[in-house]
Design a protein around this ligand. Structure first.
Ligand SMILES: [Zn+2]
Ligand SMILES: [Zn+2]
Length: 93
């Protein structure tokens, strides 16, 4: 079980992720990243990352993936700062 947080942007984009920027689950450690190709925030398995086998699960590209920081919380669509929705985090396994 992990505590997720929901972040929203005024442009309408929203994402749910672990506030730590990564998530340790039974399936492994998942790192929150931003894809510059499809402008989505995605979760990449840290094991794939360390072996350079990772690709964006959304568009299949490897180029342009960079770590996304929930502290800076920059919207991948428009570049504005996203805000956390207070009290609307949820638990996921
Ligand atoms: Zn992508
Ligand atoms: Zn935005």
């Amino acid at each position: 079980m992990a505590e997720y947080r929901h972040y929203v942007c005024e442009c309408g984009y929203g994402v749910s992720c672990n506030p730590a920027g990564f998530d340790a689950m039974m399936s492994g450690v998942w790192v929150t990243m931003r894809c510059a190709k499809c402008n989505e925030i995605v979760h990449i398995n840290a094991n794939d990352l360390s072996h350079f086998k990772h690709v964006c699960p959304n568009c299949g590209e490897r180029e342009g993936l960079s770590v996304w920081n929930p502290v800076d919380c920059t919207c991948p669509k428009c570049g504005k700062k996203m805000s956390a929705v207070e009290g609307e985090y949820y638990l996921a396994d």
